[in-house]
Design a protein around this ligand. Structure first.
Ligand code: GBH
Length: 453
């Protein structure tokens, strides 16, 4: 049995567009996700976030669920178009929603961890080029400034950005996420401006506001493994690792983009002048913790020089409902590597979880065995990392509620609470009960036979 230390924080996480709904309430204007999800063919079944979990109107009920779950902390994000519905126009009513939410959390004894940007870029910003335009750094700073000014004294930790890889490459290069562009130069520019806005926001919080609230950034990291040990497959591994992990880790922790990837990208992009002198030093600003969202390892192979960098290979691992490899051992290996190659900052697992096809029984129960086992394996891995001195400061389960799973709409359920999207009723899944027990005992004992270490 593994015990968690007193200071270790258990939590659960969500994001604004995925749960809030109320798309036209409180002065909010559309974000790129409103537009993208209403563009035919972009999101499964034509789903969108107009209603989502209606959390904007039901946040009190949801805070009660978090309280009953017994976790110490809740991570959520702020919808930028609620705060600045138009460029330069601050909307107090939007801010009031987050003030009320935070007040409710505090009353329930739950620590708010706030992400500034979890992908809902206002359309007014997109209409001027979005993250591809270097001006986006200033737009973001204006947004960050009012959030810091209004909320800093009530917030436990700030996260500037959630998963810059998704907000840039997946959105502007691969086109799977809003705004759905397919242009590598745009992807690189978006990534750079997002990282730069992170560095500048951290500087602003620390110098202008003289705040001591811990601040960090969250990356999605995917440890990469090759189908074989052949030189070609190892090249694919290096490319995949460079594309998904190092392009973000290196500027943040080493103050330089990885030269090998710069070289690879220069086959596609010929002008890197968007990376200006001094930018990378700003990106490398010292933070107080490092956030990681961990879902799966990736398994790749080389597919010929005409293909882009690498392709996904078939792996015989057990899969989640997303088709992602269940890979807690690789999660541990990722942390070891970060400790050797990158940072000794406290690491917070700001997301970990899994989607499965859940069945709501007539009596209101949901027996989500697989999700429960997934959660146990990963929490056990965290406990072991803790015991090995890896300095993991917290673990946030993704997600509190079934919600709008981006390009997959409502088809994929990540919640530990089941949401009936017709009635908006919430139900405890078995995984939520198990998580409640783990948090209450602050220890993990894995009973299920399917869990092996
Ligand atoms: C997170 O992103 C988001 O922060 C959150 O909003 C979202 O709901 C949640 O995860 C669940 O998806 O094809 O095997 O290479 C997830 C980031 C990045 C995880 C890409 C899976 C690649 C899978 N994802 N990654 S694979």
């Amino acid at each position: 049995m593994s015990k968690f230390p007193k200071e270790f924080v258990f939590g659960t996480a969500t994001s604004s567009y995925q749960i809030e709904g109320a798309h036209d309430q409180g002065g909010r204007t559309p974000s790129i996700w409103d537009t993208f999800s209403k563009t035919p063919g972009k999101v499964w079944n034509g789903d969108h976030g107009d209603m989502a979990c209606d959390h904007y109107n039901r946040y009190k009920e949801d805070v009660q669920l978090i309280k009953e779950l017994g976790v110490e902390s809740y991570r959520f994000s702020i919808a930028w178009p609620r705060i600045f519905p138009e460029q330069g126009v601050y909307n107090e009513e939007g801010m009031n929603f987050y003030r009320s939410l935070i007040e409710e959390l505090k009353t329930a004894g739950i620590k708010p961890v706030v992400t500034l940007y979890h992908w809902d870029l206002p359309m007014w910003a997109y209409n001027q080029g979005g993250w591809v335009n270097r001006e986006s750094v200033n737009w973001f700073l204006e947004f960050a400034e009012v959030c810091f000014r209004e909320l800093d004294e009530h917030v436990d930790s700030w996260i500037t950005h959630n998963e810059p890889w998704c907000a840039s490459f997946l959105s502007y290069h691969l086109g799977h996420h809003a705004p759905g562009h397919r242009n590598i130069e745009e992807g690189l520019k978006a990534a750079h401006h997002i990282l730069l806005s992170h560095g500048k926001a951290v500087q602003m919080l620390k110098t202008q506001f003289k705040s001591s609230t811990p601040v960090g950034i969250t990356l999605n990291l995917t440890p990469v493994y090759g189908k074989t040990q052949s030189a070609n497959d190892m090249l694919a591994v290096n490319n995949a690792d460079g594309y998904t992990n190092r392009w973000f880790l290196d500027p943040i922790f080493k103050g330089a983009y990885p030269y090998d990837m710069m070289n690879v990208f220069s086959n596609y992009v010929h002008d890197f002048s968007f990376i200006q002198d001094g930018d990378v030093a700003t990106i490398a600003v010292k933070c107080d913790f490092f956030g990681i969202n961990y879902y799966n390892r990736s398994f790749v192979e080389y597919a010929g020089s005409e293909k882009f960098l690498f392709v996904d290979a078939h792996s015989d691992y057990e899969k989640t409902g997303m088709g992602w490899d269940v890979s807690p051992q690789e999660f541990k290996e990722l942390i070891y590597r970060l400790r050797v190659d990158y940072t000794d900052l406290p690491i917070i697992i700001t997301e970990n979880g899994a989607a499965y096809d859940d069945v709501l029984e007539a009596d209101g129960s949901v027996h989500d065995k697989e999700r429960t086992a997934f959660m146990e394996k990963h929490i056990k891995a965290v406990a072991e990392l803790e015991e090995e001195g890896m300095n993991i400061a917290g673990y946030y389960l993704w997600s509190l509620l079934d919600n709008f799973e981006w390009a997959f709409g409502y088809d994929k359920r990540f919640g530990i609470f089941y949401v009936d999207f017709d009635t908006q009723k919430r139900y405890w899944k078995d995984s939520a009960k198990r998580y409640r027990d783990i948090v209450a005992s602050r220890s993990i004992e894995v009973k299920s036979n399917s869990v092996t270490f």
